[in-house]
Design a protein around this ligand. Structure first.
Ligand SMILES: [Zn+2]
Length: 281
């Protein structure tokens, strides 16, 4: 189990399994000869992508960032993603020593299925929150975009992951940046899509930033290595350059949406080359 101390907080990676997806989609226009050096590729050109979720705790709060991909996949999808028996979020949390009932809050950086897929479970003939006592947070504009069902990305949004929470009043919608509690900020950072939030935690001089899908793998820290999924790649490059420059200068711990081998990393840039100088698996 991989954890870091961020001042008064502890942050722990809880990986809700992984899936395999076409490698090129994560690296956009970057040639395979370059990105394949860091990501092992199978015979179908798939690479492994983790469902990286994080638990943030202090003396009184327990917060989950992202809920993974969930279990509602048909047989073909499970075979394609090489995940025949996807793990259940509650079981993953319990296996890490976290009682699902002990969470106050869930942060969905955005509502794509691979970040909000564990939000709800089918139980007693209905759909209920996977974490029975938690409030859920996301951006209002993200929900509105999800409901537009634009042909480009409608497939990424599954209403069962959020509409029941909206209906029951369990999901709270933010209008822009938000300080959830002192030191914990959610910052709208366009690139992957319009309204995705990064998570920035600061306490006693230490900073942790979860880049979610602004930076999906550690290999994507080169700012121009944007994902083919991104709706706003130029804005993404600008935001990555600004944030990664700050992360390197201030020695932040950084986390990424889908890297299956990196829980936390620190970044350096030398002569235009970006790399991890330290990594916790
Ligand atoms: Zn994602």
């Amino acid at each position: 189990m991989s954890s870091i101390e961020v001042g008064d907080f502890r942050v722990t990676l809880v990986r809700a399994g992984s899936y395999w997806w076409d490698g090129g989609t994560f690296f956009g226009v970057v040639p395979k000869t370059l990105w394949a050096k860091s990501q092992p590729v199978d015979e179908l050109n798939l690479i492994e992508a983790g469902f990286n979720c994080f638990v943030i705790e202090d003396a009184v709060h327990r917060i989950l960032v992202e809920t993974g991909g969930g279990v509602r996949h048909d047989e073909r999808a499970k075979e394609r993603m090489k995940t025949p028996d996807p793990p259940r979020l509650r079981e993953v949390l319990s296996a890490h020593g976290f009682d699902p009932a002990s969470f106050d809050l869930v942060i969905n950086t955005h509502l794509h299925w691979d970040h909000a897929g564990g939000n709800t479970v089918d139980e007693g003939g209905g759909v209920v929150p996977a974490l029975p006592n938690a409030r859920f947070l996301t951006q209002r504009a993200e929900l509105e975009h999800a409901r537009e069902r634009h042909p480009r990305d409608a497939v990424s949004y599954r209403p069962v992951n959020y509409e029941p929470l909206i209906e029951s009043g369990r999901m709270y919608l933010l209008d822009g940046d938000s300080e959830v509690l002192p030191g914990l900020e959610l910052i709208v950072t366009p690139g992957h899509n319009r309204s995705m939030m990064i998570v920035v935690l600061r306490s006693k001089g230490v900073t942790w930033c979860h880049f979610a899908d602004l930076i999906q793998f550690a290999a994507n820290i080169t700012p121009t290595w944007v994902s083919g999924f991104d709706l706003y790649p130029l804005e993404g490059i600008d935001n990555k350059t600004r944030l990664l420059t700050q992360a390197a200068a201030e020695d932040w711990w950084c986390s990424f949406g889908h890297d299956p081998a990196c829980a936390f990393g620190k970044i350096e840039v030398q002569e235009g080359k970006w790399r991890l100088k330290e990594r916790l698996a």
